[in-house]
Ligand binder design. Structure first.
Ligand code: G6P
Length: 608
């Protein structure tokens, strides 16, 4: 994931920038750079590869240090990890580093080119620089110019900016990607991707809110919200040790990891999508023509990721997909051979049953793929092909961001394999890939339902049982919602296929039985709606998670509805995972259970 640092102290900052970039290395990156400024003169050094390359270049060329600077570790999204694409970018008077994806990059680039802009790199970052530079030419107030230019961006991003001639002004902006402000222990102000990056300089951390802008000088800083209103944000004291395992402004790792989802999904997608051509980058070893079927095996939350993928793979790749939980799969002597593509999905890469299933598949000659979050794990080492997720460390036992990254990889895999087999219209493949790039923003937009979910969570905290229902790809999300709730609140919850309700669970329904029904506006919406009416007729206490465009008709039935942003059927598993995760979290918080370490559960189950 890209890492950002900005320092304004009035004293040489290059050493501090490098020290901070070292602390951001854990996020993963493929190029790095810093820029400093003194008396309006900008000095910049960038290098592809590791930070050591950048340090060598700085040593060779000599540091021309300044009292303000910005630095960046880049994880390539738009454009290859070359020096020319590395940050900081300099566009006229604007020096900028960026983390995120600008979705309307192509339109903005065309507009800039039509107006004669000289665009040098393949990055979306350079586009932002041009917009700011143009705005500064027509608007003398820097704060307004920045807010206007950045207001034109669609997507999820964090930015650090310097303006030539403004030796005492460090600018930051965040929407969807994290950015914090540090008040220097000794002097100056800092901005960075996380508190850890600022830990050598600052223990007083301000976590910027969604849509915030910060304008910092060495002596003061101002924050504006997304409406341009000047706002105060809390100052948090973060010790170095805490910064290493930083919960940010959150009370629990689960909340921190939940809100990281736009960022980690973006970084996972960046690994699999060529953003310039909107095509999927598939591992060369994955020759789908060799396979007659796909088998996917996993445990817990990772199993529900596989379950979502079964719908996608069968529908787009048109290949038969078998899924099973690893503890069952490994003991039922399933026939496998070299014509079988065998996929395990695992956050830890160490789950004993999943690992045993992987080894079984290898013994029988299947080609094995591991979708794993821990790159050094046993599964990553033993599988023939690794498809990494880039969720970063997940501390909370109940998985949130790892699941979202798993389905991100599986979504790209579905498009990639279908394309390789020629089973998808190329235009459709491009359109679906483009949709995926909207995910960081879309997930971020979903966070606005939190207040509604808190109200629902207070009601749910009083009950003993909950049923979650969904059809199609919402069925696994219903299962995941039930799992999440029981894991951290100890309330008995079950997930069912909505259509299966009348074959048993309907007997449970009375006015005391709360039901959460996941009903995105997709091809099976009307079917789910019929199920909703069947339950309503029997007096069930129903809450429907549905799209904004359908919420009104649900409310007209006298039922509770929580309205999620409108999205395509393809993206609905991502969008509808947000409310089920949030519901479990807020119910647990209200009940006072141990959110991050629920009783009896382990993060990585390395025994049978
Ligand atoms: C445990 C964890 C779950 C996780 C499951 C599979 O049960 O508590 O959160 O989904 O293991 O773990 P894995 O690391 O293989 O994804």
């Amino acid at each position: 994931m890209c890492g950002i640092i900005g320092i304004v102290t009035g004293k040489p900052v290059a050493g501090g920038l490098i020290a901070s970039l070292k602390l951001l290395e854990y996020r993963g990156y493929d190029s790095a750079g810093i820029a400093t400024m003194q008396n309006g003169t900008v000095w910049r050094e960038r290098a592809a590869g590791k930070l050591a390359n950048l340090e060598h270049k700085i040593k060779d060329h000599g540091v021309k240090d300044g009292g303000i600077g910005i630095g960046h570790t880049r994880w390539a999204t738009h454009g290859a990890p070359t020096e020319a694409n590395a940050h900081p970018h300099i566009i006229d008077n604007v020096i900028i580093v960026h983390n995120g994806i600008i979705e309307n990059y192509a339109e903005l680039r065309d507009e800039l080119l039509a107006n004669g802009a000289d665009i040098k790199s393949d990055t979306d970052t350079e586009i932002i620089g041009h917009l700011i530079s143009n705005q500064l030419k027509v608007e003398s107030n820097i704060e307004t110019a920045i807010q206007t230019a950045i207001g034109r961006l669609t997507g999820a991003f964090a930015l650090a900016i310097m303006i030539k001639g403004q030796d005492d002004l460090l600018i930051g902006a965040r929407k969807g990607c994290p950015l914090v402000v540090g008040i220097g222990d000794v002097e100056g102000h800092y901005i960075g991707s996380d508190a850890l990056a600022l830990s050598p300089f600052s223990r007083q951390i301000v976590y910027l809110d969604e849509g915030d802008f910060v304008f910092a000088t060495k002596d003061s800083f101002k924050i504006f919200d997304q409406n341009g209103q000047s706002v105060e944000r809390d100052v948090n004291i973060v010790e170095l040790q805490a910064a290493t395992m930083d919960k940010g402004k959150h009370k629990h790792f689960m909340a921190k990891e939940f809100f990281e989802q736009p960022d980690v999904v973006q970084h996972t997608l960046a690994h699999y999508i060529d953003l310039k051509s909107n095509t999927i980058k598939l591992d060369d070893k994955l020759d789908i023509n060799k396979f007659e079927r796909i088998v996917m095996v996993s445990c817990g939350t990772a199993f529900y990721a596989a379950m979502v993928a079964k719908y996608w793979l069968e529908n787009t790749v048109k290949i038969s997909v078998e899924i099973d939980v690893a503890s069952e799969y490994r003991y039922r002597n399933p026939p496998l051979n070299s014509k079988c593509l065998f996929i395990v999905v695992s956050q830890s890469g160490e789950t004993a049953d999943t690992l045993a299933a992987l080894r079984l598949a290898k013994q029988q000659g299947a080609v094995t793929v591991a979708i794993v979050n821990v790159p050094t794990s046993t599964m990553a080492r033993e599988a023939d092909i690794i498809l990494p997720t880039f969720a970063g460390t997940e501390v909370c036992v109940a998985s949130t961001k790892a699941f979202m990254c798993q389905i991100s990889v599986l979504a790209t895999l579905s498009i990639g394999l279908a394309t390789s087999l020629g089973r998808i219209d190329p235009a459709k493949a491009t359109a679906m890939t483009k949709e995926l790039t909207q995910l960081p923003r879309l997930i971020n937009d979903c966070f606005s339902i939190e207040a509604d979910i808190i109200k629902l969570a207070h009601d749910i905290s009083k009950v003993e049982h909950v049923l979650f229902l969904g059809r199609h790809t919402s069925f696994p999300i219903a299962m995941e919602g039930a799992l999440k709730l029981k894991e951290i609140t100890y309330i008995h919850a079950e997930g069912y296929a909505a259509g299966e309700l009348k074959h048993g669970p309907i007997a449970l329904i009375d006015e005391k039985m709360p039901l959460i029904i996941i009903a995105p506006d997709n091809e099976v919406y009307e079917k789910t709606r019929s199920n909703i009416e069947e339950i309503a007729a029997r007096g069930g206490d129903i809450t429907v998670f549905t799209s904004k465009s359908r919420a009104a008709e649900i409310r007209k039935l006298g039922l509770k509805a929580i309205a999620l942003p409108d999205c395509s059927s393809f993206l609905s598993p991502f969008v509808y995972t947000i409310p089920v995760q949030l519901l479990a979290y807020h119910t647990a918080v209200h009940m006072g259970t141990d959110v991050d370490q629920p009783r009896n559960l382990a993060k990585s189950v390395t025994v049978e």
